[in-house]
Design a protein around this ligand. Structure first.
Ligand code: URP
Ligand code: ZN
Ligand code: ZN
Ligand code: ZN
Length: 469
């Protein structure tokens, strides 16, 4: 970017007339190449980032999830080995604090060093038998984050209540996927949101609540926020605004199990609209995907026992189009808010701003030429994921990327996906993000004054611009 640039002969020109040029999307929540609940995700760091690019996302932040007792640094190194030679776009890492000992605090400090570049840790209040921390250790983990200038993230659901409800449902013969939703209703999520806020306040720590899935959870956050001494960020998901819990009652096991994730999609039909409004009103600040895809054959492990269905759904590819369709085309949010919740705020919170999340001189050339008229029908038969299911199957969306530029290279070219395995780089995220902890923000050039934006009421145009893996 710049004025009076010298452009060499033969340089390709992309005409963006009538389109929007956006900073590449940042998905703050993915699980690529993860083993959980006895299965391995269908999407690895190649197919997952390939799908990200196809949908306009040029940075993903994935979760290192150590086994109980495993060294956090060892798990981090393992994630780097899995990812570095496979990623098609840049990526960063959060690290899970899935067990506790004083050694874990030392490792958190090590991971926050310049060498490792981690500034966020995820703690689970659910998954009682694998990753859950009790409140005492959650409190210490948040104190440790605060001490390090890192950001604690929590999965907010009450794991003990879920465990007991699951026992009762299975004993009563309720084994099908609907049992998953019944075992963990909205109250179970809202209670944990409130408790996480209380614990963060006691630790005088900021907080990031991942995958908020219900109106009750949002209400709990709204109630807590005025009391909080430090900022609390809420993240919702493409899944929540793009579909709902009615699928758990589908007679087809494959279909119902394909939607199983935690917290669950909600059956309250007002949920998607409420989550979009929460995003628009700044009650919730970011939208991720929680992309964690499992093949039908793995979901089938839970036939006859819903608690054995591997938890997770797709979203890294369709996150931006789903939000544009449900949020911008409906007038709930404007395109600037769309950019904030899909990209800029994630860059600020995780200290990647203004290198990422902003179109400006000096930023990485991660750009999306977004066509607000481009219509496509989402389907597992066409998506760039490796997985054989898509929770948004059959949905028509108007608004999709036409070109996606990753670090200056056109990787999605008017419908053709041209990614390069290993082209992406690992991004170190320094601690003490000024957006979270205050202090001086990194310098960015003052933008030039510009003319007001044109009205955005584009008629739909059908094209064949679907990604070809
Ligand atoms: O169902 C989900 N969300 N799977 C991924 C793991 C997690 O809790 O984020
Ligand atoms: Zn989670
Ligand atoms: Zn079905
Ligand atoms: Zn997740």
């Amino acid at each position: 970017m710049g004025r009076n640039l010298i452009i060499p002969g033969g340089t390709r020109v992309i005409d963006a007339t009538g389109k929007l040029v956006l900073p590449g999307g940042i998905d703050p929540h993915t699980h690529l190449e993860l083993e959980m609940m006895g299965a391995k995700t269908a999407d690895d760091f190649y197919t997952g980032t390939r799908a990200a690019v196809a949908g306009g996302t040029t940075t993903v932040i994935d979760f290192v999830l150590p086994q109980k007792g495993q060294s956090l640094v060892e798990a981090y190194n393992h994630w780097r080995e899995k990812a570095d030679n496979k990623v098609c776009c840049d990526y960063a890492l959060h690290v899970g604090v899935t067990w506790w000992s004083p050694a874990v605090a030392k490792e958190m400090q090590q991971l926050c060093s310049e060498e490792y570049g981690v500034n966020s840790f995820k703690m689970f209040m659910a998954y009682r038998d694998t990753w859950m921390l009790d409140d005492y250790h959650l409190y210490i983990a948040m104190e440790t984050c605060k001490h390090l200038g890192a950001l604690p993230m929590v999965h907010a659901e009450n794991g003990h209540i879920i465990a007991r409800n699951t026992e009762k449902l299975l004993a009563a013969g309720k084994t099908d996927p609907e049992g998953h939703e019944l075992s963990r209703d909205e109250e179970v999520e809202a209670e944990a949101v409130n408790r996480a806020c209380v614990i963060a306040n006691q630790a005088n720590s900021p907080l990031y609540i991942v995958h908020m899935m219900s109106r009750s959870a949002v209400k709990a956050l709204e109630n807590a926020r005025p009391r909080q001494k430090q900022p609390v960020y809420g993240e919702t998901l493409a899944a929540t605004v793009g579909t709902d819990g009615s699928h758990y009652r589908n007679a087809c096991f494959r279909h119902a199990a394909g939607h199983v994730m935690s917290p669950p999609l909600r059956s309250d039909p007002d949920t998607p609209q409420a989550m979009l409004e929460a995003l628009a009103d700044d009650c919730v600040q970011l939208i991720g995907s929680d992309n964690c895809t499992f093949h039908e054959s793995d979901k089938a492990k839970g036939h006859g026992d819903f608690s054995k269905i591997p938890n997770g759904v797709n979203g890294v590819e369709d996150r931006m189009s789903i939000l544009w369709q449900k949020g911008v085309n409906t007038g709930i949010m404007d395109p600037c808010r769309f950019v904030a919740v899909t990209s800029a705020t994630a860059a600020r919170v995780f200290n990647l701003w203004p290198r990422k999340g902003r179109v400006c001189v000096g930023a990485d050339a991660d750009l999306v030429v977004w066509d607000p008229r481009l219509q496509r029908t989402i389907s597992a038969t066409r998506h760039a994921h490796a997985v054989d299911f898509n929770i948004f199957e059959g949905q028509n969306v108007v608004g999709s990327p036409q070109y996606v530029v990753v670090n200056g290279r056109v990787c999605f070219d008017d419908g053709d996906l041209r990614v390069v395995e290993g082209f992406g780089k690992f991004l170190k995220t320094p601690v003490m993000s000024p957006y979270v902890y205050g202090g001086e923000a990194p310098k960015a050039r003052t933008p030039e004054p510009h003319a007001p934006s044109p009205r955005l009421d584009f008629p739909a145009r059908v094209t064949n611009g679907t990604p070809t893996p």
